[in-house]
Design a binder for this molecule. Structure first.
Ligand code: UT7
Length: 334
């Protein structure tokens, strides 16, 4: 029996209009455009304005993905919204997105929290649902609003992040010549404190902040950047290798890389391991920064728009982030 697996039918994106440049940051913290550019690759990032909703960007990206996939919204059987920064703690962003998309059916909808690997975890989850044959089309969204969780006094982290949403409609196929060929997912939970937002969960609720203003910094992202850098370069390279091996391919057969946009030095490291030149690699970090779960679908979107990905290309997508989660997929573009 031929195995059903996921293929990409359409991709969408939505970003806030407000741009924060390195020059703007030079006025806010002790940093320079030169440091940010050479150490990270970021030149500018998109930031939500007060009152602007990340869920609304998810809806916009989803609408475009549905339109591009040429399906009727009511054909979607499931919504997976990959994020850790939805508008509210409760309800999930996925339920609000379902409502705003105006679906006539009560299709299941849930949020999936795997930080910057979120979209990869979401695609693999969709792949598994589709393989049952009980679901035919699944909307996977990768979105994060990191600016509300950014400590704008911490130069080590505030120069990195941005906000945005990307989305894809996936459908099941039995054609072995397209779609998800293999996956490698993991979580090195022992590193869970390297990248975190300690406050705002049930352990340190908002009322704690009202009673003790010294806790304020706990409600922002804290990151041991250099430690994380050293761990992820090793973990990601290994994960990519395992995914390629599981697909029955060699690195030399990979045509294009869509990596998480955390740092150009990490992107270049992975590309070099695959023997791919920069032009065979999606790079959007200079214009959007690191927008967590949104970075891979947005980088995929831009590469498709720029005609960099061709039918039949074998693509590696790889994400890594808080948790410490990581995930790599090999996809044959149909
Ligand atoms: O998306 C989730 C996954 N994220 C990642 O994987 C991120 C991984 N980490 C990184 O990308 C890099 O570690 C960073 C970009 C975060 C930092 O780069 P680094 O080369 O590891 O810098 P560092 O933290 O080792 O800091 C080097 C120096 C320090 O100064 P001293 O101690 O050498 O005098 C920092 O204080 O750079 C200083 N520094 C800055 N200087 C100017 C740190 N941030 C800044 C800044 N501007 N914004």
């Amino acid at each position: 029996m031929t195995k059903i697996h996921a293929k990409f039918d359409g991709v969408g994106k939505s970003l806030p209009e407000k741009i924060l440049t390195n020059a703007d940051l030079e006025k806010m913290v002790d940093t320079t455009d030169e440091w940010i550019t050479t150490r990270t690759g970021v030149k500018e990032r998109r930031i939500l304005s007060p009152g602007e909703s990340i869920n609304d960007h998810c809806v916009k990206a989803a609408k475009e993905a549905i339109e591009k996939s040429k399906c009727d919204p009511d054909e979607i059987d499931l919504i997976i919204n990959c994020t850790f920064t939805s508008d509210y703690v409760l309800p999930s962003g996925a339920c609000i997105i379902q409502d705003k998309l105006g679906f006539s059916r009560n299709v299941p909808a849930f949020d999936l929290a795997a930080a910057c690997s979120g979209f990869m975890y979401g695609v693999e989850t969709a792949n598994s649902f589709l393989s049952t044959g009980n679901y035919r089309k699944i909307l996977v969204i990768g979105a994060d609003a990191l600016s509300p969780f950014t400590n704008w006094k911490d130069r080590a982290s505030c120069v990195l992040f941005g906000d945005g949403a990307g989305a894809a409609v996936l459908s099941g196929t039995e054609d072995p010549n397209e779609g998800v060929l293999s996956s490698d997912l993991g979580a090195a939970g022992k590193h869970n404190r390297i990248l975190m937002v300690e406050g705002g969960g049930s352990a340190m609720h908002g009322t704690a902040l009202m009673n003790d203003a010294s806790l304020e910094s706990k409600y922002y992202i804290t990151m041991e950047g250099n430690t994380l850098f050293k761990i992820v370069t090793r973990i990601v390279a290994d994960s990519v290798n395992r995914a390629i091996e599981k697909a029955g391919l060699t690195a030399a057969e990979i045509d294009f890389l869509v990596p998480h946009q955390a740092n150009t030095r990490i992107i270049d490291f992975v590309a070099e391991k695959l023997g791919l030149p920069r032009e065979k690699c999606a790079v959007t970090i200079h214009k959007y920064g690191n927008n967590s779960a949104a970075s891979i679908p947005i980088a995929l979107y831009d590469s498709l728009e720029e005609g960099k990905i061709k039918k039949g290309d074998k693509i590696v997508m790889t994400g890594f982030g808080g948790g410490l989660t990581y995930a790599s997929l090999v996809v044959k573009w149909g």
